[in-house]
Design a protein around this ligand. Structure first.
Ligand SMILES: O=P(O)(O)OC[C@H]1O[C@](O)(COP(=O)(O)O)[C@@H](O)[C@@H]1O
Ligand SMILES: [Mg+2]
Ligand SMILES: [Mg+2]
Length: 339
């Protein structure tokens, strides 16, 4: 894969296509359309305070969460663009209860699941937020796609990525050929390669968990977090705590600097027995990226996130993700193999 800093993302996609003679260019087309949607969202996020787009929309989504105006803007921007791009047959969004069809005559061979805006609690306070996406090859034949095309294991994703709207806007994605980061130059409206072949450090520097829930943690969580806080110079402990409250931003920091992010099950969320984060458009795409970068992603009972067969569009899973050595060790704590 071309490692030339400064090449555009469309150029890299084209180069990647050349490596796959069977490629038809449809995945490149799909990703290019998604990137246009991300640029539109990035422009809106960057001037959110001016555009009267902060605050709540007054609606509640299928997750029971208050929908922010920017959630809605991002959701409709992606939907409007992708329903007529001609490369996908069905979509799923965090903000929509059921599957989202494409316009008749625009059916394509892929399915798209997305979290239009991740980190909604940080939208109004100018803290990094993002968009997460996951792409599968369709299974159903016929024209419009079905839920079956979306409910596929993370292991068979053809591409996954996120766009982080932070101090700079970055696209980080994988098509199974490593993980690459591009930075948006807003003056020319183009993403340029800035982080080729990202490899997550095998040992963490940071741990990311919402400590406000300590009183509700199950014993393995408590023991593991106590462990990362224990002084052990040789293994770089205690790790520093960093928790932004936007999965995209916490994940991105750990991807670059080394870290472990945990959102395990707890005793607080009786309405969310499987934790908070969603498998299809949060955990599975991040798991593909982290594994492609040399890291790992599991549940808090040691299952690999990418091998979980989804059963529902908005299914939640406990998530432990990040530097491989730390996730391997955390697994021992959570599966009772650490005495
Ligand atoms: O406030 P909590 O319980 O720590 O939850 C924070 C988590 O919730 C999320 O905001 C959920 O995602 P959405 O903002 O897309 O709903 C994650 O980004 C983040 O990691
Ligand atoms: Mg989210
Ligand atoms: Mg969201």
């Amino acid at each position: 894969m071309a490692k030339r800093i400064g090449i555009t993302v469309s150029r890299q996609l084209m180069d990647c296509q050349k490596l796959h003679p069977e490629a038809t260019g449809e995945l490149t087309g799909l990703l290019s359309e998604l990137i246009v949607a991300a640029k539109i969202i990035s422009a809106e996020v960057n001037m959110a305070g001016l555009a009267d787009i902060l605050g709540q929309s007054g609606k509640t989504n299928v997750q029971g969460e208050d929908v922010q105006k920017l959630d809605e803007f991002a959701n409709s921007t992606i939907k409007r663009r992708m329903e007529q791009c001609g490369y996908i047959c069905v979509m799923a969004s965090e903000e929509e209860d059921g599957i989202i069809p494409v316009l008749d005559g625009y059916e394509g061979k892929y399915s798209l699941a997305f979290d239009p805006l991740d980190g909604s609690s940080n939208i109004d306070v100018n803290v990094s937020i993002g968009t997460i996406f996951s792409i599968h090859r369709r299974l159903s034949d016929g024209k419009q796609g079905t839920e079956e095309d979306l409910l596929q294991k993370g292991r068979v994703q053809v591409a996954a990525g996120y766009i982080i709207y932070g101090s700079s806007t970055m696209l980080v994605y994988t098509t199974g050929d490593g993980v690459h980061g591009f930075t948006l130059d807003p003056s020319v409206g183009e993403f340029f390669l800035s982080h080729p072949d990202i490899r997550i450090p095998s040992r963490a520097k940071y741990y990311s968990v919402n400590e406000a829930y300590t009183n509700y943690w199950h014993e393995p969580t408590r023991r593991y977090i106590d462990y990362v806080k224990t002084i052990d110079k040789e293994s770089g402990r205690p790790y520093s705590l960093r928790y932004i409250g936007s999965l995209v931003a916490d994940f991105h920091r750990n991807l670059i600097s080394g870290g472990i992010f945990l959102y395990p099950r707890d005793k607080k969320s009786t309405d969310k027995p499987e934790g908070k984060l969603r498998l299809l458009y949060e955990a599975a795409p991040m798991a593909m990226i982290v594994e492609q970068a040399g890291g790992r992603a599991i549940t808090d009972d040691g299952r690999d996130i990418l091998d979980i067969q989804p059963t529902g569009l908005h299914q939640r899973v406990p998530l432990i993700i990040g530097s491989k050595e730390d996730v391997d060790l955390a697994e021992k704590f959570f599966t009772g193999k650490m005495d």
